[in-house]
Design a protein around this ligand. Sequence first.
Ligand SMILES: Nc1ncnc2c1ncn2[C@@H]1O[C@H](COP(=O)(O)OP(=O)(O)O)[C@@H](O)[C@H]1O
Ligand SMILES: [Mg+2]
Length: 275
Amino acid sequence: MLFEKQSYSLNPILIQATLNAIERQRQKEAADPVALARRAGFEPDAWQSEVLRSEAKRQILLASRQSGKSSTTALLLLWTALYKPKSLSLAVSPSLRQSVELLRKVKDFLNALPDASGVDGESTLRLEFENGSRVVALPGSERTVRGYSAVDLLVCDEAARCESALWYSLSPMLAVSQGKAILLSTPFGRRGFYHSTWMEGGPEWERTKVTAAECPRIAPAWLEQERQQIGEFWFTQEYECSFNDDVSAVFRYEDILAAADGNITPDWSIGNALG
Ligand SMILES: Nc1ncnc2c1ncn2[C@@H]1O[C@H](COP(=O)(O)OP(=O)(O)O)[C@@H](O)[C@H]1O
Ligand SMILES: [Mg+2]
């Protein structure tokens, strides 16, 4: 007979050793979100580890497209839910679609854990854990976020594209809970709460800047090609963390200055032609 029937008697010493190992890992993760990230199969870059381990109550990330900023905050949302029982975390962004996308990253990390359990209820808009924690995805409108209070972690993705009113209604929700806020974005012009927070938010804001050139997963040759294709204005904004003029402006500030050299004669014939 190829397979002999074996009796798998439960060895109490083995069981105890396994329980001890689980408890040690739990304590390690409770003290260090990077340990949770690794168990989910994610090896953070150095800056991602710093963001994950930071104890600052206010963090602002100014980072290139595809640098890994959403993944980092998704891990922190998961860590907060798992290791702060009864916590409330909000994922906010300019649109519900983007917030749901961030929540999906949280679920993906949860499902990547070998013992993916602990979820009590879920929908595309929220995750509820057995320990009473919640992670909720919200659209970026000031009116819809108002109902929440005592928030433990607030993540505002693509913050440069969110209305300032949104931030002013979100910020008080952190007061009682002494919660943490993380604003993350690529730049989007020299305006709005994200830009002013980055520029003059004060020392309570911990700033992290990551350009595409600093990201190990973005090839320099690809970046050069992208620069040729999308032009300096977009390239410096999307990949080099540059706060350029408002993209809706018809002319860039520098171009207006450059054009004002006194040698340009107005073409009055255009006005005449218009009558
Ligand atoms: N440390 C990392 N190791 C491996 N892949 C990563 C890491 N950080 C991010 N990524 C991957 O890079 C891609 C972009 O990540 P994402 O978090 O969406 O970036 P961003 O929000 O900055 O545009 C995703 O496919 C993500 O899985
Ligand atoms: Mg993102």
